[in-house]
Design a protein around this ligand. Structure first.
Ligand SMILES: *Cc1c(COP(=O)(O)O)cnc(C)c1O
Length: 494
């Protein structure tokens, strides 16, 4: 299976797509076709463990990867999760389920892919005969950074550097990153918001001059952001796994469609659901849930993507505070009938004019697959409080956004009787102050006090990785202007 760029003619192997991260023309790599999973194969996956299911889905895309090696890597990655199942499905109510993706080492769904990506990258670069050291550059809105640091720490021949917006992550996220252990890691704050941060990193990737300077230091760049297909592929697996869990517990019949609601920022998680559907999984509606930064809601409703003149809001769901949603390019490419020239033109318009518009036909096709909504801060708080009061289930703020939008969907589409799976992307303990506020109306200044009170209130176990943070020394304190990002990279490599 080859991978092609959304913007041009570049065609590469899976290993190249993963090692390179981004196509040379600035486009994203997509599979040249969607591999199909048959009914018989779905049946065969029912008794499999999560790691085996993940390996099965991944090997459909990563044909040249050794299957035994891939399985061993999946088993190792998902053994780092708390509990027996890496992605448990919890029944909330008649026809409503929560897919919990936060049981990994850093308590957010990014672990589903980032515990595995180091292997995909290492094996890929070995296949390609890469001799240089690999530098992973990450722009993070909070969760990717920590999950990538943890995944890549002390990986052989790899260094990792994370940039995060100084004021755009939660205290807990910041503490998680700045206390990171490992001899090959670096963390730097950037003065600006996540989009500034992401743009700075993208610029380095796109600059021949930067790459030449890195080459002198025997270093090549790669990405752990969700633009990398190696991030996307492991995420497809949990949609299959959720479906299989519904099947095996007789909640659905074979072939029956299931809806998913996904809290969305960079459109990576929900795109993986779309890919699962294109592979033949019976998926119904995909509900795209945004916070106040509702650029995707407007796009899915109107067909017009517009960042120009739009204010950036800081919310209590910081991992979704994004206006330039990178992975949307992959959907736009599909909607256009895989027209790379048109996709390139639209992305050029976005960066130069701050907007682009898809055709009426494309918009209708998109609305067949996607429903979009957003939750305000008040609605998010209200929804977290309500669900806890109703059934005693605590949610994090991102999942709260998803639940709120799912409820809008139930209200609007009363005739849609399909089961709904809501994707839960973080542990409530990762955003303790906001979650405590939602549950009780109380504000606490200290994150750990929040953790303690949520624990007393909910009796939900505190993840060991968060409980241990308090006593860890802070290793990284630097904050730099956006323009100095590359200078910091060079310093790190000295
Ligand atoms: C990253 C993240 C999201 C958004 O995921 P995308 O793939 O960027 O759409 C949602 N919730 C949490 C907790 C996250 O860390």
């Amino acid at each position: 299976m080859y991978f092609i760029s959304t913007r041009g003619n570049e065609k590469v192997t899976a290993a190249q797509a993963i090692v390179q991260g981004l196509a040379k023309d600035g486009g994203l790599f997509v599979p040249e076709r969607f591999p199909q999973v048959t009914k018989e194969e779905l049946d065969a996956m029912i008794p499999m463990s999560y790691a085996e299911r993940a390996c099965f889905v991944l090997s459909k895309y990563l044909e040249e990867y050794d299957k035994a090696g891939l399985l061993a890597a999946c088993e190792k990655a998902y053994s780092k999760f708390e509990g027996k199942d890496a992605a448990p499905l919890v029944r909330l109510d008649e026809g409503v389920y929560m897919l919990e993706l936060f049981h990994g080492p850093t308590c957010a769904f990014k672990d589903m892919a980032l515990t595995l990506l180091p292997y995909l990258l290492r094996a890929g670069s070995d296949m390609l005969g890469v001799k240089e050291q690999i530098l992973i550059l990450v722009a993070t809105s909070g969760d990717t950074g920590k999950a990538a640091l943890e995944g890549f720490r002390d990986a052989e021949g790899i260094k990792i550097m994370v940039f995060y917006p100084d004021d755009g992550v939660s205290k807990m996220q910041k503490l998680q990153m700045c206390t990171q252990e490992g001899g090959n890691v670096n963390v730097v704050a950037v003065k600006g918001n996540f989009d500034d941060c992401q743009t700075a990193v993208k610029k380095i990737f796109a600059s021949e001059e930067c790459k030449a300077q890195l080459k002198e230091k025997n270093t090549i760049l790669s990405s752990a952001n969700s633009i990398n297909f190696g991030r996307l592929a492991p995420q497809i697996a949990y949609y299959f796994s959720a479906y299989l869990d519904l099947l095996s517990s007789d909640q659905i019949q074979p072939g029956e469609e299931v809806n998913f609601t996904v809290p969305t920022g960079n459109f990576g998680n929900i795109l993986a659901a779309y890919y699962a559907k294109r592979m033949g999984l019976p998926v119904g509606k995909l509900v795209c849930a945004s916070n106040r930064n509702n650029v995707l809601t407007d796009f899915i409703r109107s067909g017009k993507y517009k960042t120009e003149g739009r204010a950036f809001h800081k919310t209590m769901s910081p991992s979704m505070d994004i206006l330039i949603s990178s992975n949307l390019e992959r959907l736009v490419f599909e909607l256009s009938g895989r027209n790379a020239a048109l996709t390139a033109e639209r992305m050029r318009d976005l960066s130069q004019k701050g907007c682009y518009e898809i055709s009426e036909e494309e918009r209708q096709a998109m609305q067949k697959e996607f429903f979009a909504g957003y939750a305000t801060e008040d609605q998010t708080v209200e929804c977290i409080y309500d669900l806890f009061t109703e059934i005693g289930y605590p949610m994090d703020t991102h999942t709260g956004v998803a639940m709120s939008v799912a409820r809008d969907y139930f209200e609007k589409e009363k005739d849609d009787k399909r089961n709904m799976v809501i994707v839960s992307t973080a542990s409530p303990y990762k955003f303790p102050q906001d979650v405590l506020y939602a549950l009780t109306g109380n504000d606490v200044k200290d994150s750990f006090k929040g953790v303690k009170r949520i624990n007393a209130l909910t009796a939900m176990a505190i993840p060991a990785s968060l409980a241990g943070l308090r006593d860890k020394p802070v290793r990284f304190r630097k904050s730099v202007p956006v323009a100095d990002a590359f200078k910091e990279v060079l310093k790190f490599l000295e």
